[in-house]
Design a protein around this ligand. Structure first.
Ligand code: GDP
Ligand code: ZN
Length: 297
């Protein structure tokens, strides 16, 4: 047998789990040191004679990358080819909409669609006002309870045929929702990692959990705690859909929408067409990013 295309569905240090397009799966190693496949990658692999392992020989071009700086300050890629970033907020812990905006901003910059889920509605009704803000900007919103399973079917439909990641503050119910979405397959993936774990002390980097109706959720501690970092404060405006479109009418092409004259974004906040709280998130991101990037230039 010769080369085949496959998707990386689990990474374990330099070991990978592959799913071929016909649904078959295999373990794989990587050819050379330069290739660094991540979950969600499309790769070319070839069988290794007299072994069960396959060899990954090439990574196909990525549509997008979920990346963040690691402890050493290097850019670490967590996942690739993501279609949808689902941000979960909940009745408890108290929603931090700034965090939600930060995630949506990062999704926008990666060219990944975003959605907002309000979980634990068995404890408290969703914040309709906050929902409205996101709906007006064009994000899908939905309410759920991992306790009563209300809304989980809607979430499942939203994920059909897509590769998604589920992010949000700790304790909002991400793991509970992922488990409900994929009860049986989650155990199967855990089985794979068990096998790989023998005699080693590292953990699975990330796994792609297939959902019942097609589609996948990429999950790992790194993905769940994913905190996006921006390269520059100028990028922030591109991450807010409503700010990006209003900025076309600013007097200055390099307007930062902070206090420049003739700023269409500030005008939008004043006339209510841009939500003041979203704008405040934008400002916070700009200020934080400028502090972080200060001195780099
Ligand atoms: P994660 O940190 O976002 O992965 O959150 P978990 O899934 O670990 O959930 C945190 C806690 O909230 C656990 O004790 C869950 O049982 C609980 N929990 C999750 N979803 C719900 C929900 O919809 N309603 C209620 N009442 N509790 C929930
Ligand atoms: Zn402006």
């Amino acid at each position: 047998m010769s080369q085949l295309d496959a998707t990386v569905i689990a990474t374990y240090s330099r070991r990978m789990r592959l799913r071929f397009d016909d649904g078959d799966e295999a373990d794989a190693r990587i050819k050379g040191k330069k290739l660094k496949p991540v979950c969600g990658d499309r790769v070319t692999a070839e069988p290794i004679p007299e072994e069960d392992d396959w060899l990954i020989t090439a990574i196909h071009d990525r549509r997008n990358e979920l990346a963040r700086p690691n402890i050493k300050g290097q850019r670490e890629i967590l996942a690739a080819n993501v279609d949808l970033l689902v941000v979960v907020a909940a009745a408890l812990p108290k929603p931090d909409w700034y965090i939600v905006d930060r995630y949506l901003c990062a999704a926008e910059l990666m060219d990944v669609d975003g959605a907002v889920v309000f979980n634990k509605i068995d404890l408290k009704a969703p914040d309709e006002e906050a929902f409205d803000v996101y709906r007006r900007v064009g994000y899908e919103t939905l309410a759920s309870s991992a306790e009563t399973e209300h809304g989980v079917d809607v979430l499942s439909t939203l994920l059909t045929g897509k590769t998604a990641i589920i992010v949000g503050q700790s304790g909002v119910g991400k793991s509970s929702l992922i488990n409900l979405l994929s009860e049986e397959s989650a155990q199967r993936v855990a089985g794979i990692s068990e096998k790989h774990r023998e005699g080693r002390h590292t953990t699975v980097n990330s796994v792609m959990i297939p959902l019942e109706d097609g589609g996948n959720v990429i999950d790992s501690p790194g993905v769940r705690d994913y905190a996006p970092a921006l390269e520059s404060s100028a990028a922030a405006a591109a991450g807010f859909r409503e700010i990006r479109s209003a900025s076309e009418h600013c007097r200055f092409a390099n307007c930062r929408h902070m206090q420049e004259p003739g700023c269409a974004v500030k005008a939008g906040v004043e006339d209510g067409s841009i939500d003041a709280r979203r704008y405040e998130s934008y400002r916070r991101i700009v200020i934080t990013t400028e502090k972080l990037t200060e001195g780099r230039y």
